[in-house]
Design a protein around this ligand. Structure first.
Ligand SMILES: C[S@@+](CC[C@H](N)C(=O)[O-])C[C@H]1O[C@@H](n2cnc3c(N)ncnc32)[C@H](O)[C@@H]1O
Length: 256
């Protein structure tokens, strides 16, 4: 799943940077280089490591101390993943911290990109959690979430098959009622205003007839596992039919 998540993050930041700042700004083809990126709920650090390798100044945080220990130990095996400030700033860096999204929000630092992958479906207060992630962004920053839609298909695939039949995931890991549909995230950000800017714009100002937002404000892309290839694939932009965004999906929204 990680290559697909990274593909979406890179492509979306590239697309928006190119549109706003022109071809020159994306000349090297690596739009993440030099950006400050926060990976919320980094777990074992798969995504954090990939972001740092692409030149981002990455901070991976997790509410679980043991996950931070695992992530730090894994990263220490790769000498390229150093937080050494004497290194040229074009090189990425990686720092892990045992802290929650809600706690790090009390600090001053804000980020160009905040990612939180496969976390939302586990939290008890999703609105509060999403707001914390959103407020950790600088103006114009990018928020990437990946999670699971609350559908019959997701019950079958992620609970019945993954937990109880194949036992790929510990039974009880997921709670179907906690899953969030793409339309609920779109609706949330259509009403959302930053607490620091309540007079300001909502993050999604317009949706089309079929409920999808403008691609410069937000985007939803399905992630589908292709068993005969042993790979995850990103569904095409705008695809919303059966089996596209009905289970695992990625969501991007931009802070005004
Ligand atoms: C299923 S894991 C996902 C790990 C990783 N993002 C990935 O996709 O491989 C969810 C992680 O989110 C962390 N988490 C849950 N709520 C959090 C919060 N409020 N702040 C930071 N981490 C949180 C958990 O400790 C757990 O490690």
């Amino acid at each position: 799943m990680n290559p697909v998540r990274m593909q979406f993050v890179r492509e979306k930041v590239l697309e928006i940077t190119r549109e706003e700042h022109g071809e020159e700004a994306v000349k090297g083809g690596n739009p993440l280089q030099g950006l400050d990126i926060l990976d919320v709920g980094c777990g074992g650090g798969l995504l954090s490591e990939s972001l740092a390798r692409l030149g981002a100044h990455t901070v991976g945080i997790d509410a679980s101390e043991s996950n931070i220990a695992i992530a730090s130990s894994h990263a220490s095996a790769d000498p390229r993943l150093s937080a050494d400030s004497s290194r040229p700033s074009s090189k990425g860096s990686l720092v892990y911290r045992h802290i929650s999204a809600e706690e790090i929000l009390k600090e001053q630092k804000r980020f160009d990109v905040v990612c939180s992958m496969e976390v939302l479906e586990h939290v008890d207060n999703p609105a509060g959690f999403i707001s914390s992630c959103a407020e950790l962004l600088k103006p114009g920053g990018h928020l990437f979430l990946s999670t699971i839609a609350r559908t019959p298909l997701s019950y079958v695939l992620t609970i019945l098959v993954a937990e109880h039949i194949l036992r790929k995931v510990t039974p009880g890991t997921h709670t179907h009622s906690k899953y969030i549909n793409p339309s609920e995230l779109i609706s949330f950000f259509s009403k959302y205003r930053s607490p620091s800017d309540e007079e300001g714009m909502s993050w999604i100002t317009r949706t089309y007839e079929h409920g999808l937002p403008m691609r410069t404000e937000a985007e939803v892309r399905g992630m589908v596992y292709i068993p005969w290839k042993g790979q995850w694939m990103l569904t095409p932009r705008g695809a919303s039919g059966w089996g596209t965004t009905h289970c695992n999906y990625l969501f991007w929204v931009r802070k005004p």
